[in-house]
Design a protein around this ligand. Sequence first.
Ligand code: ADP
Ligand code: MG
Length: 476
Amino acid sequence: MLSLRVLIRPSRCTRWRRYNHTSPYTPPADSTTSGAGWRETPALTEKISHYSHFPATGVSLQQMVQFGGYPSDGTLFRASQFIVEELPIRLAHRVKELESLPLHLSDMPSINRVKEWYAQSFDELTSIPLPQLSDSVRKKLYNPSKRAKLVVPVGNTRPKSGLGIQAEQSPLGEQDDVYNPNVNRIRSQATRQYFATVEDDIQWPPEVQRYNRVVSHALQRIKARHDGVVSTMAQGVLEWKSSKFYQPDDDVLQGFLDRFYMSRIGIRMLIGQHIAINMDRGIRDDYVGIICTNTNVKEIAQAAIDNARFICEDWYGLYEAPKVLLHSNAENINFMYVPGHLSHMIFEIVKNSLRAVVESYGVDADEYPPVKVIIAQGDEDIAIKITDEGGGIPRRASDKVWTYMYTTAKETPSLEPDVSHSDFKAPMAGYGYGLPVSRLYARYFGGDLKLISMEGYGTDVYLHLNRLSTAAEPLS
Ligand code: ADP
Ligand code: MG
């Protein structure tokens, strides 16, 4: 029943479903990835500490598509090296933060479980051995003339074999270097270097291909392990709220969760992108990994609206959900974006509007005022306004709607993920994650999400997206 309408969708730019890394409702990984039997050793703790001294390197949408739709094995190899170095840094930052949270949050069993997943994934990635490459292959991988300009020597530098960046610039460096403030600048130069494609279309040796495969498989395992992070984290917050340590300090929790989930979006973006560029080479012209270079905003919006209306009908037992009218200032609005992110945001916002309308008019109403979705294309921005006449939000609650787990839904769906249902079984409301997570997605690529309400009448939600795609990831 449920699946039929949800699965019917337009043909373009819909592959995001397969990489639906955006849903907070996905069940946790099974026992093969959940880390049963895995233990953190003192050596690992030390290694995590070491990596956590290096700043993460932000990557822009523009950089992520530089590989093109059909990258060579050499290009993929360098991308693999980048991710094998960058992800552990980001994971190490999270482990460190998760074990030192204020107000005894770190003592909650579910939060500790999440921390262990991060540490285990760190362990896996940093244990992948680099292949031995011949000098000629290495030369092809790291064009020395280009590299010479980019390398900024710091102290006693010693290049690590096979890597395009030097020891001090990388946590993989052999000497125990202390944190160097220049590292950030140098690392971002190194990133640019990695993101340059290796043009040479030679026959790459099997070690190069094997390394790419090993990295890809490790990333798939890690992605599955972390599927349940959002619900487990929410569980951890509930544990804390019912513990003796609970203090109603919204700012601490909000700041931490914003940073944590934003970082998760970035990590999953890099992982999803890497898996997709490896697996789907050359499948579609308008895709690089999970980024669609020609995302059709109206089509994505229409599919998200159809999904939201269907879930609304299912939830309230309605014959027909309130209508949603879609307007735009141009026939075709296309830009480079991640269709999965766009779809997630519009779906969540429209769902909120439908709920407000149905609940303010009642499930037995003969007619509902339509929700309006207006898409405007400008030179810099694409703006989407979602307007409803669902009674609005009192001003007293207007800040609260951005806090995690704030909801006015009477029933909160069980946090125990129901494995018998697919990803599509997104609930109508009740987690209180719709707005704050959507705002993180918007901000991740330099956009924003705002909500203005007129209590007693309705709500306008503005989603601004950056067309220029040069904004680097916000990292903290
Ligand atoms: P959830 O939908 O799970 O409750 P959200 O973060 O999506 O979580 O929304 C939080 C709360 O904000 C909702 O419970 C609702 O009270 C309020 N809200 C959001 N959008 C609207 C809207 N369009 N009209 C009225 N209230 C809204
Ligand atoms: Mg919602």
